[in-house]
Design a protein around this ligand. Sequence first.
Ligand code: NCD
Ligand code: ZN
Length: 349
Amino acid sequence: MKTLTIRRPDDWHLHLRDGAVLKAVLPETSSHFARAIVMPNLVPPVVTTADARAYRARIMAALPEGHRFTPLMTLYLTERTEPDDVAAGFESGEVTAVKLYPAGATTNSQSGVRDIEKALPVLERMAEIGMPLCVHGEVTDPAIDIFDREAVFVERVLDPLRRRLPELRVVMEHVTTKEGVDYAQDGGDNLAATITTHHLIINRNAILAGGIRPHYYCLPVAKREKHRLALRKAATSGHPRFFLGTDSAPHVDPLKECACGCAGIFNAPNTMACLAHVFEEEGALDRLEAFASLNGPAFYRLPPNEERIMLARQEEPVRYPSRIETGDGAVTVFDPMFPIHWNVETKAG
Ligand code: NCD
Ligand code: ZN
């Protein structure tokens, strides 16, 4: 039997939600991952260090006994965010990064940033103290086609911002295009990019060909095949500033399967198995550890995890639930549309 032992991975972009959904989805992450950058787009959003402290306590209270997991908290950047509060949270270790959502770009982003000028005092302070900014890189201009919003964001917003504040450490979250990959690749030490599990597996046909499939709809939306291939190449290249951010984003089924469904794919339960499949297909199993367990900590200036997990390839396809139940309803698990043969054998948290 083929096996692969790697350092315990981390998830550098994760939605854990709150309440009953948090309780149900957290073990899916904490059974495989040691740490995760936890997204702040709750309702209301996690805006201050005090909000992050309270949310962190709710996460720790929801953690099953015996699991060890460290949530790395983020603050939701608004036009009223206080630089002193952000800096205090970073310096005390209670906050790891700040998240920029252009207002209206995605789920619960209404309180995000409309005018980046208004956020400059916070961004300047972050550049000074070396605090990372996680960016949802899509413009919201209705005149821009949804498939072009990432490339236009790089050109109109991200590149000008980085020229103005070259010391600012930026993570381009969930890149989905060749343009995004190319920009991240050449961006130097202060620029990194996360890549999701699902964008390595699906292109836009999964959402639209032969019927509309809401469980493949997320933001940024999956693009054409050439972009998926560029993402695969980047993820499996060993380049130190590409790493895993699953963007696992649970929504209960009725909110996905309706006339105006929410964006978000829930992939926490089978991410490591799907990634092993992808890296094996690309002849790059020896680089999975860099992508999932080494590059992220290096960029965030944290030590890699000492524990290991073992992935084992089995003949028979692995069975896993197609949905999980939460106190608020069922959440459908990402279906990669191929049989998975990899099993995560050592799960102890
Ligand atoms: C995320 C969510 O549901 O919170 N949805 C998604 O499609 N990725 C928000 C986000 O990360 O854009
Ligand atoms: Zn996200």
